[in-house]
Design a protein around this ligand. Structure first.
Ligand code: SF4
Length: 211
């Protein structure tokens, strides 16, 4: 079974177009400045089978008048989940839809290719954003945290757009606040964004939890 910390049906800031985003639970690397730190440490997550997660994606994709264009896998690190289950989940999604798959991971592509089990997931991924977040190399580029991370266009789906992906500089986030005062942030924020936002909210006596 896979562990999922959070799901979002529609998101515009983690890949091209509108996408469903799945934040998998867990990553033990502890990179300084990691925005997923709270999620990595969170005890709360749902346990789902590949079939259940694929059903959620496919239902989400068909809901509403305008469908989503793809899914983004984040975390945590999706590759901390059982590789056979991750592959089965993506196989089901790809068999029943034309959704693209964008995946973030702290592993490098070379490490994944050398791993007998994890390498079986790669054929289902259109774009892999690889490598750990390195705070000192944060250069403000869209859709990646730091300059050491690379966009690997593993299929033809977005390959013709690769120059534009590397050239894009704007960072965008989506912020949601639930009724319990818990604040959820999606996207790749600018360096220090969370600290500045927390300080500003504190200055205004607004008490929120980040996730
Ligand atoms: S690999 Fe990614 S999710 Fe894991 S600690 Fe580093 S930045 Fe965070």
């Amino acid at each position: 079974m896979m562990q999922v910390a959070r799901k979002k049906a529609r998101c515009k800031v983690l890949g091209p177009g509108e996408r469903a985003v799945i934040w998998f639970h867990g990553c033990s690397r502890r990179c300084p400045g990691c925005i997923a730190e709270t999620m990595n440490a969170a005890a709360q997550y749902e346990t789902v089978s590949p079939e259940q997660l694929a059903d959620w994606v496919l239902t989400t994709a068909r809901r509403g008048s305008k469908g989503i264009g793809g899914i983004t896998l984040s975390g945590g690190d999706p590759f901390f989940q059982p590789a056979n289950e991750l592959a089965e989940f993506l196989n089901r999604v790809k068999e029943d839809s034309t959704l693209s798959v964008l995946c973030y991971t702290g592993y490098t592509l070379e490490e994944l290719q050398a791993d007998v089990e994890r390498s079986t997931v790669l054929p289902y991924i259109d774009v892999l954003v690889d490598g750990q977040y390195v705070q000192e190399l944060d250069d403000g580029q869209r859709w990646r945290g730091s300059g050491n991370q690379r966009f690997h266009f593993l299929t033809e789906r977005y390959r013709s757009e690769s120059d534009a992906w590397y050239a894009a500089k704007e960072r965008q986030v989506e912020i949601e606040l639930d009724l319990n005062g818990k604040l959820f942030l999606s996207g790749v924020p600018s360096k220090d964004f969370i600290a500045k936002l927390a300080a500003e909210l504190h200055r205004r006596d607004v008490d929120v939890d980040f996730s």
